[in-house]
Write a protein that binds this ligand. Structure first.
Ligand code: ZN
Length: 187
């Protein structure tokens, strides 16, 4: 577990439909002050939006880095920063799917059931350029998969049936007035 960088500025969250959300981000190659500043802004924005994770393209920067502060199945909070993540999920006999509700700060307010493996491990590089990894269950397993997906240009609607996707968009449209353009800076 690592401490998240503080002192960042809250940014407007980029919504689904913007091109940066739907194409793979670039690998991080410089572990410098600029990266630390970006990550501090991501942390401030994640907390302002009351999310459990945030990917860089969700504040409009197409770089492979995400942050999280998320509870596991036992309610223990895990925090971290992962650059250039690769995800490993159980296969074969060990593969168990959870069909819990999932939402996304880039389609704020709406939730729908989405099948994900009940555990996941992510490996990558930390803010200082050193190898790092996180593994977990419960909401943490879902969050690690969801955020790594973002950096590959995948939003969770891409993993839903047509029916579930329609339900999700309908709910998001109903709640759109609660999340004006510029949210969460506009709160
Ligand atoms: Zn998301």
């Amino acid at each position: 577990m690592s401490a998240l960088p503080a002192g960042g500025k809250i940014q407007a969250i980029t919504r689904w439909g913007e091109p940066v959300m739907h194409k793979p981000c670039r690998e991080v190659t410089s572990f410098d002050a600029e990266l630390r500043s970006l990550v501090a802004d991501m942390v401030a924005t994640m907390y302002a939006a009351e999310g459990v994770g945030l990917a860089a393209n969700q504040i409009g920067v197409g770089l492979k880095v995400f942050v999280f502060d998320c509870p596991d199945a036992d309610g223990h909070h895990h925090t971290g920063v992962v650059c250039n993540p690769t995800v490993r999920v159980p296969v074969g006999r060990d593969r168990v799917l959870d069909d819990d509700e999932e939402g996304c700060l880039s389609l704020p307010g709406a939730f729908v059931a989405c099948a994900r493996t009940d555990t996941a491990e992510v490996r990558g590089i930390d803010l200082h350029g050193r190898p790092t990894s996180y593994a977990g269950d419960g909401l943490l397993a879902r969050c690690l998969q969801h955020e790594a997906d973002h950096l590959d240009g995948i939003v969770f609607a891409d993993r839903l049936s047509t029916k579930a996707r329609k339900k999700l968009y309908k709910e998001a449209a109903r709640l759109a007035g609660d999340f004006p353009s510029g949210w969460p800076t506009s709160r």
